[in-house]
Design a protein around this ligand. Structure first.
Ligand SMILES: *Cc1c(COP(=O)(O)O)cnc(C)c1O
Length: 396
């Protein structure tokens, strides 16, 4: 029975039947001459999702974290200075990785619930007159707090100081769910994974790499072997992979792209926005508040919601699972015990979202939260009734 309920964690996300079937394939030979006909269009089509024409997309058997490591080790050298803001668990973990890879990390600490501070990036870059900073790192969608940041504003801050640093963006929980524009925003490295917006099983890191970032590989001296961009791009150009590729997952990725293009990326983004708005209406009706401090920061893929004073969000999440067999996201890091998260990305519809709202509402009522049973569901129902089209609500 438990397998019947959708998950409301912000990754891994629900896998549509169509993608589960696409991944269910017999072994095929990745060195057979026809593999090239599969691989090259796949990599080419991925560029459309990143919105890059000049960049290259590289895939690794890995999770998103491997994509981070690949981006750093291929383009930087030990001791290189990087500038990065911390406003949640994922930006924190990326910082931790940079430190462990012996980079010189300049951290801009921000309140959790806020987003990437373009003004503070601008200040730090302006102060860096000898261009010591080699890379600017930004988490597009901070999954721990449900905050989406303005990448174009960071790019403008970099351009304003004519700073030559490269821009690295974690788009693991935004790509293929919220608008992302690699070329327009001048992103040099964009890191994603298979198990979020692509609606697939975990197991692939998908990285967009600009021409400038590829060129930086020549002088970067961080050790890398499995994640070497050069090995991968050379093998890909010849229609292959430097080692055994995860072909079933790649079949799933092919079908995922087909689904995304059939729906249309703009419709995918609009669907996520509408689902998220309904959830935000429910949060308001409960009298609770989001971690994201202002509306322009609201993420359309995950909502982090504070529980009232004196309640424990971990107990709530556990109760929802024990009694109703529905999974929600726990509070991470500074949010532990204080907030829970509703993941609403990937293969999600407004009707599925209503079931999640209803389930967490029951769990809150069971635990004597000061909410009115049905209030969140009703608020979301009103919103969904009064917005959008049947086509949107039935998508995915
Ligand atoms: C999920 C996620 C990651 C990567 O996590 P993996 O578990 O390694 O795939 C990185 N950053 C963000 C913002 C994420 O949401």
């Amino acid at each position: 029975m438990s397998g019947q309920n959708p998950v409301f964690i912000p990754g891994p996300t629900n896998i549509p039947d169509r993608l589960r079937q696409a991944m269910n394939v017999q072994t095929s030979d990745h060195r057979a001459p026809d593999f090239v006909n599969f691989l090259l269009p796949l990599l080419e089509d991925l560029k459309k999702v990143f919105k890059t024409e000049s960049g290259t997309v590289i895939t690794f058997p890995s999770s998103g974290t491997g994509g981070w490591e690949a981006s750093i080790t291929n383009t930087l050298s030990p001791g290189d200075k990087v500038l990065v803001a911390r406003y949640g668990m994922f930006s924190h973990r990326w910082i931790d990785m940079c430190q462990r890879l012996n980079l010189d990390v300049e951290i801009i600490d921000c309140d959790w619930g806020s987003g990437a501070p373009a003004d503070r990036y601008a200040e730090a870059l302006a102060a860096d007159s000898d261009f010591g900073i080699k890379a600017v790192l930004v988490t597009h969608n901070e999954t721990a707090t449900g905050v989406k940041s303005d990448i174009s504003a960071v790019r403008r801050a970099m351009d304003a100081s004519k700073h030559p640093a490269m821009l690295y963006v974690d788009c693991v929980s935004s790509l293929a769910s919220m608008d992302f524009r690699m070329d327009e925003w001048g992103v040099d490295l964009a890191v994603a994974g298979s198990q979020k917006g692509f609606m697939l099983a975990t197991g692939m890191a998908v990285v967009g790499v600009s021409e400038k970032a590829l060129a930086a590989c020549d002088s970067a001296t961080c050790p890398r072997v499995f994640f070497d961009f050069g090995d991968m791009t050379r093998a890909n150009a010849a229609g292959g992979y430097p080692y055994t590729p995860p072909v079933p997952l790649m079949n799933g990725l092919r079908e995922s792209l087909n689904m995304l293009f059939e729906e249309g990326l703009d419709n995918v983004f609009a669907r996520h926005f509408r689902i998220a708005e309904g959830i935000r209406e429910a949060v308001r009706a409960w009298g609770l508040s989001l971690c994201a401090v202002s509306p322009e920061l609201y993420s359309d893929t995950v909502s982090a919601i504070y529980v009232p004073e004196g309640f424990d969000s971990d107990a709530l999440i556990n109760h929802a699972f024990d009694k109703y067999r529905v999974s929600f996201g726990v509070g991470l890091g500074a949010m532990a015990g204080r907030a829970f998260r509703i993941g609403h990305l990937g293969a999600m519809t407004n009707v599925m979202a209503l079931s999640g709202i209803a389930a967490i509402e029951m769990a809150m009522k069971d635990l004597d939260y000061p909410i009115e049973l049905g209030s969140g569901v009703s608020a979301a129902q009103e919103y969904y009734r009064n917005t959008g089209s049947i086509a949107q609500s039935q998508a995915a």
